[in-house]
Design a protein around this ligand. Structure first.
Ligand code: HEM
Length: 932
């Protein structure tokens, strides 16, 4: 029988290769694709997958539309069957075997492509700035670099108070109290690398060091790429902001740069491009997250000394010219704006090492420090150093709790609000009057909302723990003291100090879960990403725990393998089976589940670039009143009137429930060009004593990226394993009909890009990159496929932020671009893989039995399921919905139909990943559905 099957397959293979008509059928393509087997992970950077598949593979997974898409620079999988909305599902006759159906092939193919991308990202995009890179690089060709898991650079220094306790000058290993809970400064998360992820460690890079700081690079290839066209203020950042970022207004007076007409806040109206499936909570959530993960500023400040932000030059007919006063007035930019320079850790020439006669940089030419912990440890709430911790207020009546104060807006019997910063608290003067939290910078109503919610959740957990402890005082809590690991700690013996720290662990893990399976799946709203993100968290084999456990065994063997390929690429691929969260928590080694893939963990500078998501914020919030009529907009409130200290009154007078309703119902801003908040172009910046007193934060976004050496867009894409663009017109969505208004709009923006970044006469003798090859495998030169000596677009000079905002082509349901997504694929996986408390130390010894159950089941009530099958899945009541139901119970009726808290609350989610803007039953009168 087996022989017959093999023989049959051989015949089919021969027929497929002889007769093109069979091969070009879906059947033939699938056979050819299947016989081709799995591709190897690239052995060299320039041979990467690029998200582009063969013609057979494309046809088999997505039909002719997917085949046609191969010509574009954009990744292929979004064109596969079922990877988009309803229209992407195969509607013809489907085989009886689900596994062979086009829809299944499409989804599995997409997941496979995503996994290849991740394996290659792990292989090619880890660049450590602590000084461990040389060893890593040398080991890449063998095995040792990728197998390294302890680094001398991450030892506690002699002056550290815990130096001796960690092992002093001998081998260092954290133990005892140092490993029980998340530490304030983030040390000892990895027991063997005490400093990893702790405060003030250097940001990593995801791109070759040689590709960073293109403005000052001595590298011939980089010079070939950009000529002398780049500088900190070249092209002019404020001009980029005004021409490419400004939201266009139908009635500018009603908006008044985001402030509304003076004294008439009800009339304020600012137009913006709205994302149908993302609400304003999603915008502030991500700001809340970034404050946990990274910061470049110290206590809200940068270096002493200021720099200008442009509004000086513009390119006319390809020549840079000084702006006249009239032009300055026309553009409404401000030449006198100033900002403090970015902090820098190292700027002495970077050390280098020789490989095969060529020098390689051992770190980036300049480095900066992450001034908060890189762990997902809720440090924005609890603190990351001694100074920030002094702002965090504990309840004097119960030290396990955070302090919340009753105010006039607190509902009877409900928790109150965060207390305010006291004059004795460490603070930057511009934070005066704000609520007291560890990370207070760029404060606003949305941050106030999430900080209040999770302070309430903290206290709710403490009360719930105490209730179950009172019911079962002698039961084993699960908690262990590492000094006496075999002695069980009874519920009644858990101290207040321990309970505070357990609660921090639980709250941080809940936040990580919300972000992974709720925020991200809504921002990337399609089936492959729903599956991929849930796989990251709880595995693809949730319904098959035995298979999951078996696979976890295999994954752990890969981790210990002496073969670099198995210990990295295979490890990451197979981890999707059991899931990354909790990986290794069944083993005795509490550190045994972490995996750094040979390179110490910290976020990269590129990750910060990808999180410059300011367009998600509207200028004006449509305020609603829960008790009157949730469908009516009762007031319009300029966001700028809720910024910094102004958030306090807004929150306390109007109340958290109405803010939840308002931010939950309103659509967030779409991430694209000409959609930045106007108020951020004109933000008051009192700490800088400039004559304008203001700063254009959007121009600052561009400047900060340049200060930190972001490669410009096209090389950024190549470095991340994505296909380069060859001209500005590549941004235009090729599927749009010639005469469509959207195409016209995109063409107009492309013309603006050309005006700002310009063109040059190309020289085919100049090689401009080593990180990618052209389609014919040749070296890529300055002409990018155009005839030598012709005028070509300066596509190489486009700032990364501008480039990814200009990606009009997006996978279905993607609020972000594919370029940003690539950054997230790598870093989002790493921040789970590397964190002991989200892998092997997610266990009762640290979290207690009660805490583990709380995280797994989204609270104390046990698993609850939503009605129906949203997008074809049985869905648990989402973790953030459960948090909101506990902390703001007034929202019960409003939240009842909500499946994902980051989807506008009154939107009808419709069928299979619908993006339509339609009211759900009961919200038909909501004015938001009438307005354009
Ligand atoms: C009212 C809302 C907001 C205000 C007033 C604000 C203000 C600012 C300012 C002034 C900076 C520049 C700091 C500097 O480099 O000197 C900044 C940076 C930044 N903002 Fe915002 N922002 C807001 C909302 C958001 C949101 C919703 C996001 C979404 C993720 C975000 C992400 C970032 C990031 C990633 C940076 C760079 C941080 C770093 O360099 O470490 N911001 N913001």
């Amino acid at each position: 029988m087996r022989k017959k099957v093999v023989f049959g397959l051989l015949i089919v293979a021969v027929l497929v290769s002889i007769y093109p008509e069979i091969r070009e059928s879906r059947f033939g393509s699938c056979v050819a694709y299947a016989l081709g087997g799995l591709r190897d992970v690239a052995s060299e950077r320039s041979q990467r997958f690029l998200g582009k598949v063969s013609e057979d593979t494309a046809r088999c997974r997505g039909g002719e539309a997917a085949v046609a898409w191969r010509k574009t620079p954009w990744i292929d999988w979004p064109q596969y069957w079922s990877a988009g909305g309803e229209q992407s599902r195969f509607s013809g006759v489907v085989s009886g075997f689900d596994i062979l159906s086009p829809n299944t092939r499409g989804i599995n193919g997409a997941l496979l492509d995503l996994e290849y991308q991740r394996m290659e990202l792990i292989k090619f995009n880890l660049f450590d700035n602590h000084g461990a890179y040389e060893e890593y690089f040398r080991g890449l060709s063998g095995t040792s670099g990728r197998l390294a898991n302890t680094w001398p650079q991450l030892r506690l220094p002699t002056e550290h108070a815990l130096f001796a306790a960690a092992g002093g000058n001998g081998p260092q290993k954290c133990s005892g109290e140092m490993i029980r809970f998340r530490t304030l400064t983030g040390i000892c998360n990895d027991i063997l690398n005490p400093l990893m992820g702790s405060v003030d460690q250097p940001f990593a890079r995801n791109v070759e060091f040689e590709s960073t700081f293109p403005e000052i690079s001595p590298d011939e290839v980089v010079k070939n790429r950009h000529g002398d066209r780049l500088g900190l203020l070249k092209p002019d950042p404020q001009l980029i902001s005004r021409k490419l970022f400004t939201r266009r207004q139908l009635s500018p007076d009603n908006c008044n740069d985001g402030e509304g007409p003076a004294g008439h806040s009800l009339e304020v109206n600012c137009d913006y491009h709205k994302a149908n499936h993302i609400n304003v909570l999603a915008a502030f959530w991500i700001q809340f997250m970034t404050h946990d993960w990274f910061s470049h500023l110290e206590e809200g400040r940068n270096q002493a000394g200021t720099i200008p932000l442009g509004c000086a030059m513009q390119r006319i007919d390809n020549v840079e010219q000084r702006l006249t006063q009239d032009q300055v007035a026309d553009f409404r930019c401000r030449p006198e704006d100033r900002i403090d320079k970015s902090l820098v850790a190292h700027e002495a020439p970077a050390p280098s090492f020789a490989v095969n006669g060529k020098q390689r940089l051992a770190r980036a030419p300049k480095t900066t420090l992450n001034t908060v912990t890189a762990w997902w440890d809720a440090s924005q709430i609890y603190g990351y150093n001694e100074i920030s911790q002094r702002r965090v207020k504990r309840d004097a009546r119960d030290s396990a709790k955070l302090l919340l104060e009753a105010t006039s807006a607190s509902a009877a019997g409900q928790p109150g609000y965060l207390p305010l910063l006291q004059s004795s608290d460490p603070q930057n003067p511009q934070w005066a009057g704000q609520e007291a939290v560890a990370f207070p910078d760029n404060w606003n109503i949305g941050l106030s909302f999430f900080h209040n919610v999770f302070a309430r959740e903290h206290n709710y957990f403490v009360d719930a723990f105490r209730r179950q402890a009172a019911a079962h005082p002698d039961a084993d809590s699960g908690l262990r003291d590492p000094a006496q690991p075999t002695k069980s700690i009874r519920n009644k013996d858990v101290t207040d100090t321990e309970l505070f720290e357990i609660t921090r662990l639980v709250v941080a893990a809940e936040i990580a879960k919300i972000h992974t399976i709720e925020w991200t799946t809504q921002m990337l709203y399609n089936e492959p990403l729903h599956l991929a993100m849930n796989a990251n968290w709880s595995g693809l084999l949730q319904e098959h725990p035995l298979a999951g456990a078996a696979l976890e065994e295999i994954v752990q063997r890969f981790a210990g393998s002496a073969d670099g390929k198995k210990s990295t690429a295979w490890y990451s691929a197979f981890a999707a089976g059991p899931g990354i969260f909790g990986l290794g928590n069944g083993k005795s080694d509490v550190n045994g589940g972490v995996h750094h893939f040979g390179s110490p963990f910290n976020f990269s500078e590129e990750f910060i670039n990808a999180y410059r998501l300011h367009p998600m914020v509207p200028d004006v919030i449509e305020f609603r009143d829960l008790r009157r009529d949730p469908n009516t907009v009762a007031a319009k409130i300029a966001v700028v009137n809720t910024v910094r200290g102004k958030a306090t009154d807004a929150m306390r007078q109007r109340g958290i429930a109405d803010w939840a309703l308002s931010l939950g119902r309103q659509r967030g801003g779409a991430l694209g060009l000409r959609n930045h908040p106007l108020f951020l172009q004109n933000l008051a910046m009192p700490r800088i004593k400039s004559s304008t007193g203001k700063v254009d934060v959007l121009a600052l976004d561009i400047i900060r990226d340049r200060e930190r050496g972001m490669p410009r867009y096209n090389e950024f894409r190549r470095q991340y394993g994505l296909k380069q663009l060859t001209r500005f017109d590549d941004f235009i969505d090729p599927r749009l009909p010639k005469e469509s208004p959207r195409r016209a709009e995109q063409q107009e923006l492309v013309a603006q890009l050309r005006e700002i970044y310009g063109q040059h006469r190309c020289d085919a003798a100049k090689i401009i990159t080593r990180s990618q090859r052209s389609d014919d495998r040749g070296e890529i030169n300055d002409c990018l496929g155009n005839p030598d000596g012709t005028m070509v677009d300066n596509i190489e000079d486009v700032d990364s932020l501008v480039g990814w905002l200009a990606e009009f082509v997006r996978p279905h349901g993607f609020a972000i671009s594919e370029t940003q997504f690539q950054v997230f694929v790598l870093n989002a996986s790493r921040r789970l893989f590397s964190d002991r408390f989200l892998t092997s130390s997610f266990r009762p010894e640290f979290y207690t039995h009660f805490g583990v159950k709380w995280v797994n089941e989204n609270g104390p009530e046990g698993k609850r399921m939503e009605k129906g099958n949203p997008n074809g899945h049985e869905m648990e009541v989402s973790p953030l919905k459960q948090v909101l139901l506990r902390t703001i119970p007034e929202l019960k009726a409003e939240l009842d139909p909500v499946i994902n808290v980051f989807d506008p609350w009154a939107r009808d989610r419709g069928e299979y990943y619908s993006l339509q803007w339609k009211p759900r039953p009961g919200a038909e009168t909501d004015a938001a559905f009438k307005a354009k």
